[in-house]
Design a protein around this ligand. Sequence first.
Ligand code: IPM
Ligand code: MN
Length: 359
Amino acid sequence: MAHKKIAVIPGDGIGPEVIREGLKVLDAVSKVSDFSYEKVDYDFSGERYLRTGELIPDSAISELRQMDAIYLGAVGHPGVKTGVLEKEVLLRLRFELDLYINLRPIKLYPGVQTPLRDKGPKDIDFVVVRENTEGLYIGVGGFFKKGTPDEIATQEMINTRKGVERCIRYAFDYTRARNQKKKLTLCDKSNVLTYAHDLWQRVFKEVGAEYPDIQKDHAHVDATCMWMVKNPEWFDVIVTCNMFGDIITDLGAAIQGGMGIAASGNINPTGVSMFEPIHGSAPKYAGKNVINPLATICAGQMMLDFLGEKQASALLEKAIADALASGRLKDLSANSGVSTTEVGDMIVDYVFRAAGSKS
Ligand code: IPM
Ligand code: MN
C-alpha cells in the first residue's frame, strides 16, 4: 500500500486531546500493518481565529484537495460567536470539498451499555447516510425588519435533483456493499414537506428500481425516532436529508453508548474525505484528560477503510471490539473514571494483541 498523506485538524476544546489519541492509535496500527502515513497539521480553530482573525485561508482548501484524507477533532470555541466556526470551518470544508455524504454508523459493540432496555449488539447495528451539502444547511434566507415586532426570518431548505440523487444512489450502493439485511429506509417528512420531500420520494423510487435486490422502506422522521428506540433492529441503512440526519444521529449516538463512541465520515466518493467524531469541542472538559477518545479512534478506523487500507482497518476494528468486550469501558462518558490517554493506551495495547494473534 502506498504511503498516505493525512491532513490533521485538531481544532478546539477537547479536539486536540482526542486527535492525539487517534494519532497514537494510527501510529500503532502503522507499526503492525502495511499502512504508512505522514501527517500535515492545520491549526484551523477558534483559538487561531481569535489570535489572527483568519479562519481557513483559500490556499489551504486547495492543499487539502491534494491529501488522501482529513482527520478532524472538533471546532467550537466559547469566545467565538455561535455559528461562525460551524459555518466557516466545518460547513465550508463539507461544501467546498463537496463531501456530499455524511456516513454515520450506529453500532452497539458487545461490552458497551445502551440505555435501551432489552436491546443488545445484535439489535443495534445500522448506518445513517446523511446528505451533507444541501437542505437547511446552505444558509439561504435572511431577516426582514429584524428586531421589530414585524420581523420575518427565513431559512430555506434547498434540495437539488442532482444532490438528492447522488445521495440516494450512494445509499443504495452502500446497502448493497454492506450486504447485511439489504434494506434501505428513506427517512423524510413527505407528509408535510410536500415539495422538498416529494422530490426525495420520487428519486428514491426511480433510483430504487435499479436495485431490485434491495428492500425499500420508508419512515417519517418522527416515526424514525420512535423506531430507533423501540425497534432499532428493523434498520440496516437509513438515507435522509442533512438536518434530519444531524438530529437522528445524536439519538443514534445515545443508543450506541453515547457521544464517546459515535464516529462519522464526510465522504466525497471521488475526492478527499474527512473523518471526525460526531461530538463537539466540549470546552468545559478541555485539558482535563477525561473525554473518551473512542469516537475519534473509530473515525480513524473508518478513514483506514476508505483509504483502502483493509488489513489495517480490520486490525483496528478488532482492537476496538476486543477492548470494549473486555468490559473495562462500559461507560464511555466523561465520568467513566478512565482517562483520555488511558483509553488511547488501551486501544494501542489491543492493536498489538490483535496483530500478535493474527501472525
Ligand atoms: C454534526 C454537528 C454539525 C452539524 C454542527 C457543528 C454544524 O452537529 O456534525 O453533526 O450540524 O452538522
Ligand atoms: Mn450534529
